[in-house]
Design a binder for this molecule. Sequence first.
Ligand SMILES: [Zn+2]
Length: 189
Amino acid sequence: MIANWNDLVEYYGTDINAHRSCLSKAHQSTYAMLACKWSARDPARIANQSGEHAEERLLKTAIWTDDIPSAMENRTDLDSEPMVITLALNRSPCGHCAMALTAALEKLQFNYSKRFENTVFILASLGYYQSSKYMSDDHEQEHAESGAPIWVTTAKGMEQLENAGWKLAVLSFDNNVTQRGQELADYLS
Ligand SMILES: [Zn+2]
């Protein structure tokens, strides 16, 4: 699945363009944006984090902890349009964050199983990061000490995300995917 930035702008509005530049570059540090919209009439709610495990820290923002659960709670069966929640990243999540994102979605599914069916959670990453050459020295050390590849994207992590209900997508700008985006696309196909 490809998540085109222009489609996201069409859905969430031009406010998300403030995050375009950071999301479209594969910096060494992570940049993450969470965008939600409760209905076509509502303005988008947007949050962002950057740096180490940015995506995990987004799960601690009020949008995730309070607003999304209450929006799911308040949905009526008459709401035919699905509610689309997008988490966009400038790299695919590391194994550690994949576990956190998986647990977060499993919790929502447990609490709002009926609403969950009419809510779409998209995890759109610019590219696939598995190689150690993209890790800083600190990360490599952490990796070595823990014995588990928690700083890189793992196949297991991606599988868990998908099983939890995340729609895994490649983030695309101007209909182009990066080389690592293509790797992610190949991996997901
Ligand atoms: Zn992480």
